[in-house]
Design a protein around this ligand. Sequence first.
Ligand SMILES: Cc1cc2nc3c(=O)[nH]c(=O)nc-3n(C[C@H](O)[C@H](O)[C@H](O)COP(=O)(O)O)c2cc1C
Length: 361
Amino acid sequence: MTVSTPAAVPAVRPLSIGPVVVDPPVLQAPMAGYTNFAYRQVVREFGGAGLLATEMIAARGARWLETHRGENPDRLWGVRDEPRPLAVQMWDNDPENLAAVGRRLATDFQVSVVDLNFGCPVRQVTVKAHSGSWLLRDPARVGEIVRRVVEACDGTPVTAKIRLGCADTCRTAVEVAQRIEEAGASCLTVHGRVAAQFFSGRADWEAIAAVKRSVSRLPIVGNGDIDSAETAVARLRDHGLDGVMIARESLAKPWIFAQTAALLRGEPKPPDPSPAEQYDLVLHHYDLVCRRFGPDRGTLLMRKFACSYAQGLPGAREFRGQVSRVLSQGEFLDVMRKTFPGSPARRDFSQPRLSKIGGAL
Ligand SMILES: Cc1cc2nc3c(=O)[nH]c(=O)nc-3n(C[C@H](O)[C@H](O)[C@H](O)COP(=O)(O)O)c2cc1C
């Protein structure tokens, strides 16, 4: 494995989100359905992410659960006890719902950062609930929401995540960013696409830089299409931003944060884990998931993570086809054994990692 030598990287300052120091200023993005306790643990074990984030939670649902059942959303599982810094993201369009849940996150859960979602393009959130990216058509409302949540969180920093607008005909990011700044937010992440694009086309980093130039003190984090540690460093360096956020690529390579952090320190980029190490990593992730959900639910949940991990590896297509149909732990391990690189021609499934899985169930 070759070790890349670092390009000259100017010193990058840590990002301050209120009192929270994000060092390095490389953030793990919230991703619904993915960035749960197990994924966050894996990212934390590799290191290098300055701030981790949960999946987004629905504020309305969280309030209902609390009042009617005295429960918390499943997506908050692990949050209370996890290392900090940790951001929890939520969505809604009602300032009072968001303020009530924000207050609980700040005081009861003691999260480091309360993040507001104004970027989700999914129909259930936009058309059906007039939330997420739907709100980008109403900058004043975004400002009102941020202001209420900032007041409610009483010193815990509040941040927001937006896209460039709802559609090409509604590119409101600059006005929205200004309202968010005036309302007292501590940081803003901008994904360089409009909502109508979903994930098509390329993220527009010039437009993200224009948002940065339009605000006076609000730190701006750029997001979109970072596919390597080198790209992360280049985006940070070339666009005058305060931080970068990585989403999809980190599902295949949760070590991308550690590699980026090394480059930012001016050190050589650590190599990707070997195929055998990656194989172990998938089993470790599977172990974490099965410990919580048991073998059946754990196996179903793990299918999509295993597919992400296989990205770019030889035989990935065939592996995906097979792993997305597995129903039991035996089937999962069988597919791993047969097709994943570094698999048991060289590694023995009765070794400690696996017996740990077995022991947990
Ligand atoms: C499966 C998936 C789930 C996502 N869920 C969320 C979410 O809950 N909250 C959010 O703000 N963005 C969410 N996003 C958007 C990402 O955080 C990020 O903005 C987007 O993927 C662009 O970054 P990337 O090119 O590095 O993937 C999600 C993206 C994906 C692919």
